[in-house]
Design a protein around this ligand. Structure first.
Ligand SMILES: *Cc1c(COP(=O)(O)O)cnc(C)c1O
Length: 321
């Protein structure tokens, strides 16, 4: 496999052109209640309204758009706990190529169904005992398919960054940008965009309290691996940040803060009650850091990445009850 160079802002700008017409330009919403609560001007970039319900369509579509004819013939392979799977399945269908997706057997039912619904072939594994990276590498070799991992890939990072690019183009310069992270694809891409388009913006990563590997990694100056965290933020339940992602986080991200599951539930309720929108637990991370006053933003212009809205309705009802 060829080694791709680290992504830069130029790759984010290139991705924006490649996904134009395929991805939605998602709305930037404001809320007077949220502004009053925080004393700030908050701009919510709503990727819960992206195609397939999360920002991951951006990175997946961008990555597949780079495939050669040979790669297109064999198809695309990936592993994911959910949204990246749907993103790859949908992007592959649009590109007219085959997609095989390796998913944990305990992935949310709605995400597995949706992945199959987009035409992806699903192979399951036990995420507590088996390594998805090993299964992926083996299948890629056997079938000649191109593996597009969920975050540790330059084209994925560049694609995700188009979200912050659109946000800042719409709002103008920001004082803060809050972005959730699992493996750091969205955060790395958004940090590249913010550094270019709003250089004095402070970029803050937000991860679940139960899995603060990125916070530990930045403190230690090296990628820290943790056990699979038990959190309702299933999209951010990763065990480590990516190798392409980490140097970008070190350079462009001011710090990483954490949010508890209870604070995520409070934020989910806020989005439902006040902004009339369904946001999945992971999608609430960045907003929770601001609304739960984990970082004080009084008097500031603040971008908040709402990353996705895919949640089982039964599970969602349980959270809101
Ligand atoms: C994947 C995902 C994340 C985490 O993204 P990374 O690029 O792995 O950091 C956050 N929110 C949602 C909704 C996701 O699907």
């Amino acid at each position: 496999m060829s080694i791709l160079p680290a992504p830069t802002y130029a790759d984010v700008a290139d991705a924006a052109e490649r996904i134009a017409g395929a991805a939605h330009r998602t709305p930037v919403l404001t809320s007077r209640t949220a502004d009053t609560l925080t004393g700030a001007n908050l701009f919510f970039k709503c990727e819960n309204f992206q195609r397939m319900g999360a920002f991951k369509f951006r990175g997946a579509f961008n990555a597949i758009s780079h495939f050669s004819d040979t790669q297109r013939q064999a198809g695309v392979l990936t592993y994911s706990s959910g949204n990246h799977a749907q993103a790859i399945a949908l992007s592959a269908r649009i590109a007219g190529i085959k997609a095989t997706i390796i998913m944990p057997q305990d992935a949310p039912a709605a995400k597995m169904e949706a992945t199959r619904g987009y035409g992806g072939e699903v192979i399951t594994y036990d995420r507590y005992t088996e390594s998805r990276e090993e299964i992926g590498a083996k299948l890629a070799q056997e079938r000649g398919m191109t593996l597009i991992p969920p975050y540790d890939h330059p084209h994925v990072i560049a694609g995700q960054g188009t979200s912050a690019k659109e946000l800042i183009e719409e709002t103008g310069p920001l004082d803060y940008l809050f972005v959730c992270l699992g493996g750091g694809g969205l955060l790395a891409g958004c940090a590249l965009a913010a550094a270019e388009l709003s250089p004095s913006c402070t970029v803050i990563g937000v991860e679940p309290e139960a899995g603060n590997d990125a916070q530990q990694s930045l403190a230690r100056g090296e990628i820290v691996h943790i056990e699979v965290p038990r959190t309702i933020a299933d999209g951010a339940a990763s065990t480590h940040v990516g190798e392409y992602n980490f140097p970008i986080l070190q350079r462009y991200v001011d710090r990483v803060v954490t949010v508890s599951d209870d604070q995520l539930v409070q934020t989910m309720k806020f989005f439902a009650e006040r902004m009339k929108m369904v946001v999945e637990p992971t999608g609430c991370l960045a907003a929770a850091a601001v609304l739960q006053n984990i970082v004080a933003v009084k008097g500031k212009r603040v971008g908040v990445l709402v990353s996705g809205g895919n949640v089982d309705m039964a599970r969602y009802a349980h959270f809101l009850a």
